[in-house]
Design a protein around this ligand. Structure first.
Ligand code: SF4
Ligand code: SF4
Length: 331
């Protein structure tokens, strides 16, 4: 894989500072039942890195100590971590809202037959990748058979009330483009998804989040190999909107890796860019139990234009106007 970071580090992206943290986003490990080409964490079935219970206990202590409202779980497939369910139960016991960044196909894996019921029983918000409502496009991006399996997962969730108004069980879908282009308008695409998924498959959902592809990891490597890196960066920079800068997710979110080290966001985690508030060395979550980060500097590089281009992009989809939704990212 070709490393895009040397091409990103010299940057003219605006300086960013932290607001109050409302979300702790934790990567529970890189193991996944899929190996998507665009995956920015390069996850797959062969990866063995996973968060220990000791580190999860630290997450829980941090949530309590800092009064954080939301725990956002990602991976890999976070559900494959053997302590996933215990962590969810403990976090819900603290009245923390939990988001599971679920790839949907995990719901059909052996040993996960009761996963959907577990998520519903604990009122876990599910945010799931579905890059298109057309089978061929999903299979092209995420692998053969992924669309059919994703539909089966969605049907399981719908049957439990997920995505249905009044159920209290949010089911959000995440779209990202297939190639080096900006995503379409989030509200228009949500309308199309809603109509197509209902008409074709009888599937319902709560919100659609639209994300731009980040020029890092597998996607960054692909761009370099195809000679598309510079044009894609030009596209992101030319579409930069200053008004998105205030809403980028790193201002209110802290990202933790499987070993408990902390980053300004998940993308910085993948680039191993240490927390801006912590100087040049990695910062461990255990060092932040008593530390307030409001006002601290955020570490930026050129990939940050992926968050501010066009309608903007975050774990919660577009950043602009009515479509803003905070505190939520893609598996
Ligand atoms: S994009 Fe999501 S589902 Fe695909 S390999 Fe990465 S973590 Fe797994
Ligand atoms: S890439 Fe990370 S640090 Fe940069 S703007 Fe986006 S969320 Fe913030």
């Amino acid at each position: 894989m070709r490393d895009s970071f040397p091409l990103l580090v010299k940057t003219d992206f605006p300086t960013l500072h932290r607001d109050r943290i409302d979300t702790l986003q934790a990567n529970l490990g890189y193991r996944c039942n899929q190996s998507c080409t665009h995956c920015h964490v390069a996850a797959g079935p062969q990866r063995t890195e996973e968060m220990s219970w000791e580190t999860m206990d630290l997450l829980l202590r941090y949530l309590s100590a800092r009064g954080i409202a939301t725990l956002d779980l990602t991976g890999g497939a976070p559900e494959l971590n053997p302590h996933f369910r215990a962590l969810v139960v403990r976090a819900r016991g603290l009245s923390v809202h939990v988001i599971d960044r679920c790839n949907l196909t995990i719901l059909n894996e052996p040993g996960q037959e009761d996963l959907a019921v577990f998520l519903a029983d604990h009122a876990v918000e599910v945010t799931a990748s579905l890059p298109c409502y057309l089978e061929e496009n999903v299979d092209q991006q995420r692998g053969k058979g992924v669309f059919e399996s994703s539909l089966a997962g969605l049907r399981q969730l719908n049957a439990l009330g997920y995505g249905r108004p009044g159920s209290g069980l949010a089911l959000n879908l995440v779209y990202n483009p297939l190639g080096p282009v900006l995503p379409p308008d989030q509200i228009d695409l949500e309308t199309a998804y809603r109509q197509e998924l209902a008409a074709r498959y009888g599937v319902v959902f709560t919100r659609l989040f639209v994300l731009a592809n980040m020029p890092i990891q597998r996607f960054g490597s692909q761009l370099i190999s195809k000679g598309q890196f510079a044009p894609y960066m030009e596209l992101l920079k030319s579409a930069h909107r200053e008004e998105n800068v205030d809403a980028v997710m790193c201002r209110s979110l802290l990202s933790v890796d499987w070993q408990g080290y902390v980053y300004d966001c998940d993308f910085n985690q993948m680039l191993k860019l240490p927390l801006g508030a912590g100087g040049p060395s990695p910062t461990h979550l255990s060092a932040l139990l008593k530390r307030e980060l409001t006002g601290a500097r955020i570490r930026v590089a050129d990939h940050c234009y992926g968050c501010t281009a066009g309608q903007g992009s975050s774990c919660g989809g577009a950043l602009d106007g009515a479509s803003i939704q905070t505190a939520v990212r893609v598996a």
